[in-house]
Design a protein around this ligand. Structure first.
Ligand SMILES: [Zn+2]
Ligand SMILES: [Zn+2]
Length: 206
């Protein structure tokens, strides 16, 4: 599998390209901005973009969605509990003084346990609310893409609309921390970490 991390948009969001080398198809997770750069990387790897997944609907994870969908046949996946937030993406960004092209209505909802597949790549959906009601993480053997739920030695903010601290901690403990300790955590911002390391060293979780 091709895996490339790109840091995109005004809030330095981690965007991930997952490419199936056999069928030359790609999944993009959290395209928060820099659509042209993302398109170039997809082209460089000679992949066809099939699926765009937002781990949640904050605008810093969606800024490039509109353009990517214009330039490809890709379908958009967002958990239903975040669709209302997605509808406000452009306005929400503007209130922070940032410009985001409004993404379209998603093609698919996601539920806990859903599997999203492109070529030989399969991602399993874990509903991990707390940072936002529709926050999800995406797991595959050895890795999890955790969005803004869990960071290196930190956790997501819970002071945005729909955020809740206890819900976030519960998501981390009952969903992410049941993954094997050596699972690599690809976070929404900042460096990767591992489940076992966060169990030991994360100061926000007892
Ligand atoms: Zn967020
Ligand atoms: Zn974010």
């Amino acid at each position: 599998m091709i895996l490339q991390t790109m840091v995109v948009g005004p809030l330095q969001t981690n965007c991930f390209l997952l490419g199936c080398e056999k069928e030359r198809v790609a999944i993009i997770i959290d395209p928060g901005g820099n659509a042209d750069d993302i398109l170039k990387v997809i082209e460089k790897h000679e992949l066809e973009l099939k699926i765009i997944i937002a781990t949640h609907a904050h605008f810093d994870h969606l800024g490039a969605v509109a353009k990517l969908m214009k330039e490809s046949e890709a379908k958009l996946y967002v958990h239903k509990a975040d669709w209302a937030t997605l509808e406000r993406a452009e306005r929400s960004a503007a209130s922070w003084g940032m410009r985001v092209e409004q993404p379209p209505v998603p093609d698919f909802e996601m539920e806990e346990g859903d599997e999203i597949t492109a070529g030989t790549i399969t991602l399993k959906v874990l509903h991990t609310p707390g940072h936002s009601p529709g926050g999800i993480s995406l797991s595959m053997p050895g890795r999890v893409f955790a969005g803004d739920t869990l960071f290196y030695r930190s956790i997501g903010r819970t002071d945005f609309p729909g955020g809740d601290f206890d819900t976030l901690i519960n998501s981390i403990k009952t969903k992410l921390f049941t993954l094997p300790d050596d699972t690599i955590v690809h976070t929404g911002h900042g460096p990767d970490t591992r489940i076992g390391d966060e169990k030991k060293h994360n100061p926000f979780i007892d």
